[in-house]
Design a protein around this ligand. Sequence first.
Ligand SMILES: Cc1cc2nc3c(=O)[nH]c(=O)nc-3n(C[C@H](O)[C@H](O)[C@H](O)COP(=O)(O)OP(=O)(O)OC[C@H]3O[C@@H](n4cnc5c(N)ncnc54)[C@H](O)[C@@H]3O)c2cc1C
Length: 371
Amino acid sequence: MKVKNLIVGAGISGATLAYKIATELQEDVLIIDSKDHIGGNCYDYYNTDGICVHQYGTHIFHTNLKNVWDFVSQFTKWYPYMHKVKGFIDGQEVPIPFNLNSIYQVFPQTIAQTLEHKLIEKFGFNVKVPILELRKVGDEDLNFLADYIYEKVFLHYTLKQWGMKPEDLDPAVTGRVPVYISRDDRYFQDVYQGIPLHGYTAMFQKMLDSKLINVQLNTKFSDIRNDVSFERLFYTGPIDEFFDFELGALPYRSLKFDFVTFDTPYFQSNSVINYPNNYDFTRIGEYKYFLNDQSNKTVVSFEYPQSFEIGLNERYYPIVKDENQALYAKYLAKAQALHNVYFLGRLGDYKYYDMDKAINRALELFEKIKK
Ligand SMILES: Cc1cc2nc3c(=O)[nH]c(=O)nc-3n(C[C@H](O)[C@H](O)[C@H](O)COP(=O)(O)OP(=O)(O)OC[C@H]3O[C@@H](n4cnc5c(N)ncnc54)[C@H](O)[C@@H]3O)c2cc1C
């Protein structure tokens, strides 16, 4: 088979490129995916109770990039959902990131007032202050707050998420945990936030709806590598796998989602509740909140972090460490030596991207190649 453009991976990165190539260059695209669906990690589906479930964990679209918002808004209308996260801390469900409302929920009022006054006096209002900065003030009340946030919000969650011992935690990362001096309980402050009104998958279907785009599912690159000739290859799969792991495997953290349907209209008080200090899962997501789906039942997922093992589970988060970046840099050098082969996306770039950043990366790459 002969195609002008072969795209490996029908996730948000591959779909963005496919649309741009087909509409602006009027060139044909074959886009393949090893999975039995489009959308990659952003894939969602409606279950028999009419609830839109995100198969790979809760996905909330948020961006400050107007070009990206305008781009995706061609393919969907939005449910104007603004995400909030609660953490189950000392028996209470409190806003995360930890903010002034959280302080008033977990501490007696007199202590909360003292902390609020000191925070505003030292740092002002509506700012996110890393706990490392709190400690620098040398005030015993602010030290107490920094220790509390570190222990109750950050430490155990991070140990579960990354499977590390406390002494292996990078102090630079630890120090960045913020207290938000604000009453704004939203998780993101981005200008544009929402959930595609009919789900992410419907949005991807529109993106790929072109005579010039041929979507082939259940197809691995290795299945067709020798049978397809192409002028350009865009690869959104794992860069180490492309090179048959010849320099070694890039490490990832994985997740296991346990989905449970409950015979009750709502299971919890919020779409996402984190459990830093209880249980082995990190959080529970309840899906009907995202589009306000009406049903007497509800679907939740319990999220268990795991180590990634090839063939056993999925790659989710690249593990950010100097040695892993060094290995990635070697693969990148090999990739750059290839002609008309481009790597992108969270697996191709070995980088965690929020959805908007993944789209933006694909849009920028398109601008480069179209010249
Ligand atoms: C648990 C979790 C929650 C998240 N929540 C959010 C959120 O709330 N908001 C947000 O903005 N972002 C979120 N993200 C990030 C978001 O998932 C990514 O931005 C997005 O998935 C990146 O898309 P992609 O196309 O680069 O990669 P992917 O979605 O992984 O797509 C790559 C595709 O390539 C296919 N593939 C790989 N190798 C091959 C091969 N050899 N042959 C054929 N096909 C192949 C894969 O099957 C996959 O479908 C979250 C991520 C995770 C892990």
